[in-house]
Ligand binder design. Structure first.
Ligand SMILES: [Zn+2]
Length: 206
């Protein structure tokens, strides 16, 4: 640690090394449900199966929030929110690092995102929304909308990885990430390089 007390955040290269080492960053030939093809896939839960790795990633993300005066001044009366099950380990890790009071997570049921914890208006502290990865930003947008309907202010938002094609802010706040990844999407099999090379394809859920 630096004598000034400034805590370093690992570089994007260091984060990518962790994701490769844990198998979370995969190379190959992947087909998304929307029909797009890519040569890489982030299987983020693979990085979060190791407690020490999960902690390094969550602490690093938490530091991006702690340096924001608006956020730091509201701690610990803050809620950490995950848009989906994939973000739950991130939410618990960030909560731990920030000593935030509350955690909530949304789930998708029949295509509709909701909180199953029977939250009522006024019960939620100012919110920081965190996820493992932001691919399109849809999950974040839907979660921010849910929170808005509950009257809870969103004071922060972030993920371990954000695709650079996804929005870099919500309506309320900028999106923080440890890695911005410029994924090359092939719109269909017809223009996919791996299809042309006959690389076996794997269909991914999202
Ligand atoms: Zn392909």
């Amino acid at each position: 640690m630096a004598a000034t007390g400034v805590q370093l955040i690992p570089s994007p290269e260091e984060i990518m090394q962790i994701l490769k080492r844990t198998g979370a960053f995969r190379e190959g030939h992947f087909v998304y449900p929307n029909g797009k093809h890519t040569a890489h896939y982030f299987q983020m839960p693979l990085a979060f199966r190791y407690y020490d790795t999960a902690r390094v990633l969550a602490v690093a993300l938490s530091r991006k929030f702690r340096v924001e005066r608006d956020i730091a001044s509201q701690l610990p009366k803050v809620a950490i929110i995950s848009p989906s099950s994939g973000g739950i380990p991130v939410a618990f890790g960030v909560r731990d690092a920030l000593n935030a009071e509350q955690i909530y997570w949304a789930e998708q049921d029949g295509g509709k995102r909701s909180f199953r914890q029977y939250i009522n208006q006024g019960e939620i502290n100012p919110c920081i929304v965190v996820d493992d990865i932001i691919r399109s930003g849809k999950a974040i947008d839907e979660t921010v909308e849910l929170l808005r309907n509950l009257g809870a202010p969103v004071i922060g938002c972030g993920a371990i990885v954000r695709f650079s094609s996804a929005p870099d802010s919500t309506e309320e706040v900028p999106v923080k990430s440890l890695v911005e990844y410029d994924e090359k999407f092939y719109q269909s099999a017809a223009d996919c390089l791996m299809c042309k090379q006959g690389v076996p394809e794997e269909h991914v859920r999202f």
